[in-house]
Design a protein around this ligand. Structure first.
Ligand code: ADP
Length: 260
């Protein structure tokens, strides 16, 4: 689906960046940031030059997920920021720039201008793909971003649960409204594999996102299992694709990357 860059693109892109891909969800807590981070790493493992923009202003996750701290330096004379680097990814997050409490109370226009700055006033350099971890939901900030950022496409993350799926449907509708192609739907927390007995439990159900993708006529990109290993890796700042590159979770992300 991510072919060569469209020549007739009217929205403003980011110079040097071939494709901007949003990772979005209709609501918070479904694992959008987890997917964005591991998908970015999986794309980098394919040999692509990848950037990761944490636009989840109200709950930036990348500093913790990638164990990144410190302030990005301002490039002398150019008034742009140098992204931080983790596992070969160039990363920018509002979490590097302001303290979390401050951004929590920003109104829409502040959020939008912060996202615009992180897109355009950062030295992304030459990238094949810039993955954007969107703020959850389908409000103004998301719509503006989808409208203005020359997105090549969007990946929608959902759990298998009915409620999350309703929100995922809203997400798909929002991107369709602004003519951003849906690259696919990911089912996260798909099933739980017990680390003791190896048995499987479908805690949030199973297969709902695949069915929903079919009903909406969009690609289905895979099922990420709910596992302790994934959660621990994330909490410890070493994403599962890096920690256990041949494990069951990483292989889902590698497959996903191959489909984009
Ligand atoms: P969102 O970005 O949608 O708010 P996060 O990616 O921050 O969600 O995930 C929410 C929490 O769930 C985090 O603690 C994360 O480590 C955990 N989590 C997400 N996906 C999985 C999974 N497949 N297995 C285990 N834990 C997960």
């Amino acid at each position: 689906p991510l072919g060569p860059k469209a020549a007739s693109q009217t929205k403003a892109g980011v110079p040097g960046v071939t494709h901007i891909v949003a990772v979005a969800s209709g609501k918070g807590g479904v694992g959008k940031s987890t997917v964005a981070c591991n998908l970015a790493l999986a794309l980098a493992k394919q040999g692509l030059r990848v950037g990761l923009l944490d636009a989840d202003i109200y709950g930036p996750s990348m500093p913790k997920l990638l164990a990144l701290s410190g302030k990005p330096e301002v490039i002398p004379g150019r008034r742009i920021l140098r992204p931080l680097v983790a596992h070969g990814l160039k990363v920018m997050s509002i979490g590097f720039l302001v303290d979390e409490q401050a951004a929590m109370i920003w109104r829409g226009p502040m959020v939008m201008s912060a996202i615009q700055q992180m897109l355009r006033e950062v030295e992304w350099g030459e990238l094949d793909i810039l993955i954007v971890d969107m703020p959850p939901g389908t409000g103004d900030a998301q719509l503006t971003m989808a409208q203005n950022a020359a997105l090549a496409g969007a990946v929608i993350v959902s759990t298998p649960q009915d409620l999350a799926l309703i929100d995922a449907r809203r997400g798909v509708a929002m991107f369709r409204r602004v003519e951003v192609p849906i690259l696919g739907v990911v089912e996260n927390m798909s099933s739980f594999i017990c680390p003791h007995c190896g048995g499987r439990s479908d805690i949030f159900g199973h297969g709902g996102a695949r069915d929903e993708a079919r009903a909406m006529d969009v690609p289905f990109l895979g099922e990420v299992p709910l596992t302790m290993a994934l959660r621990e890796a994330s909490d410890q700042g070493e994403p599962i694709v890096v920690r256990d590159p041949h494990g069951p979770e990483a292989s889902v992300f590698m497959d996903m990357a191959a489909q984009l």
